[in-house]
Design a protein around this ligand. Structure first.
Ligand SMILES: Cc1cc2nc3c(=O)[nH]c(=O)nc-3n(C[C@H](O)[C@H](O)[C@H](O)COP(=O)(O)OP(=O)(O)OC[C@H]3O[C@@H](n4cnc5c(N)ncnc54)[C@H](O)[C@@H]3O)c2cc1C
Length: 433
């Protein structure tokens, strides 16, 4: 662990966010009922829900709230999980499955309710999230989503080629899945707003405070940082794709994958004309996706895993910009102002993990690129578990990804192969670079 704390990397969100709350480093010896490690949506939401319930909580963040994926993502409030409700039912059984589906289906409500209740200024809008599809496989995926989520009572719809072109202003897709639960936020402002709300409720948040050891002490735990320690009955590890060696095996539960984002300067006139008229958040039902939206100042923001995974940032950024112009030819003349990247945490079975690592030590992570809403919900679930309340999220033992050291290669290989298969199935239409 380096002596100095990492600073927030430059990005569109860092340049336009609400000011950061004051989070002094941990100093000296403190006590709390709960020590939270990691200040992204998961840790911040856990701290907020605990503090609101009257439980004393101290959060340790290595850098500053929102420094990780939470302050760098696409800001798309994405409903549900990566796997279908019917697959959730198969995985967890009928009763538990229903509870998980209800919980997964309510994650966006949780985000927008918190924003409203705490007056969080983060450019929140809720025009719906759209999944675009080309080719037989992707169309089958969106049909399954419409069937499963309609049956679960969600406000979702399939739009055909013309309907999707009218909605999005691009003729890229054969059909789309419109999920009206979703929307957009400025993610770093949302993280900072959660942090302020947690502080207002009584939580102590410490920035520049990496947890460097978690040690058993009596009936509880001692979490050590560089200049202080917290003694707590409970420890919540919320470090997601940035998990280090703090808890043996935790980093092996997920495979971190770099996702890159690029944003234009604010668009106006001919450049802005016709692009995402309803301001939807858009992602795709392919194997290798891009996701895009407008920000509050009409910048076009596009992200994706590119073609090469972690391999070649320059080429992946150029790829994103080419895709943007292919989908919206009017972007040909746009100037690109920002680019940045962050780590998404993938899990072996494509579901988030809530794990009991030892008595009093829980971890919640692995959102497979859909953690704005589900990370917020995970924090709430972790808080409920600590308080002995009913929890919807299945609580399991530590699940390591077998042959973890080779998974990074495997994921990169899958991205390359997946991109080829997507293009093949779409008849080389709509996805060529
Ligand atoms: C580029 C990108 C685009 C994405 N787009 C979307 C999107 O549009 N919609 C969506 O739903 N999801 C998206 N995601 C995923 C989403 O951002 C994450 O799932 C979510 O932010 C995870 O939140 P978290 O709190 O669990 O983890 P993080 O936000 O990653 O926070 C983990 C924190 O733990 C801290 N930490 C690690 N180790 C220690 C330690 N030892 N001591 C103290 N602190 C520590 C880190 O500093 C970090 O701040 C995207 C992710 C990326 C990277």
């Amino acid at each position: 662990m380096p002596d100095s704390s990492p600073t927030l990397p430059p990005s569109l969100w860092a340049a336009t966010a609400e000011p950061a709350p004051d989070c002094p480093p941990l100093a000296g010896s403190e006590e709390a009922e709960v020590a939270v490690v990691g200040g992204g949506f998961t840790g911040l939401s856990a701290a907020l829900h605990l503090a609101e319930a009257g439980t004393s909580v101290r959060l340790l963040e290595a850098a500053e709230p929102g420094w990780g994926a939470s302050g760098r993502n696409g800001g798309q409030v994405n409903p549900g999980w990566k796997i279908l409700p019917s697959a959730i039912r198969e995985r967890y059984g009928a009763d538990r499955g229903e509870r998980v589906i209800r919980m997964a289906g309510s994650t966006c409500d949780l985000v927008f309710d918190l924003i409203e209740r705490h007056g969080i200024a983060c450019d929140a809008i809720r025009p719906g999230l759209v999944f675009g599809a080309n080719g037989r496989r992707a169309l089958g995926v969106i049909d399954d989503w419409v069937r499963d989520w309609s049956a679960a009572g969600a406000d979702v719809e399939r739009l055909d080629r013309q309907g999707s072109a009218d909605l999005l202003g691009t003729e890229t897709y054969d059909a789309v899945f419109l999920d009206r639960r979703g929307g957009n936020i400025q993610p770093l402002s949302y993280a900072r707003g959660l942090a302020r709300a947690a502080q207002a409720a009584g939580a102590h948040l410490h920035g520049a405070s990496p947890a460097i050891a978690v040690e058993k002490q009596g009936a509880g735990w001692r979490v050590r940082s560089r200049a202080g320690e917290v003694r707590a009955r409970w420890v919540l590890l919320c470090t997601n794709g940035y998990s280090d060696a703090l808890w043996p095996g935790l980093a092996q539960a997920v495979v971190p994958v770099m996702s890159l984002v690029a944003a234009t300067k604010p668009l106006s006139g001919n450049l802005r004309e016709g692009i995402l008229p309803a301001r939807n958040a858009v992602t795709e039902a392919k194997r290798v996706i891009v996701y895009y939206r407008l920000d509050a100042a009409d910048r076009f923001v596009i992200g994706g895993r590119g073609r090469l995974g972690l391999a070649d940032e320059g080429s992946d950024l150029a790829h994103l910009e080419r895709v943007a112009v292919r989908y919206f030819p009017q972007l040909e003349g746009a100037e690109w102002e920002f680019n940045w990247g962050g780590l998404v945490a993938m899990t072996r079975r494509k579901t988030p993990l809530m794990m009991r690592l030892a008595p009093g030590v829980l971890a919640g992570l692995g959102f497979n690129g859909r953690g704005v809403a589900m990370g917020t919900m995970m924090g709430k679930q972790l808080a409920a578990a600590v308080r002995g309340e009913e929890v919807d999220m299945p609580l399991q033992a530590l699940e390591r990804w077998p042959l973890h050291a080779f998974r990074q290669l495997g994921v990169t290989g899958r991205i390359i192969l997946g991109g080829w298969l997507d293009r093949l199935e779409a008849g080389w239409r709509g996805t060529r670079s």
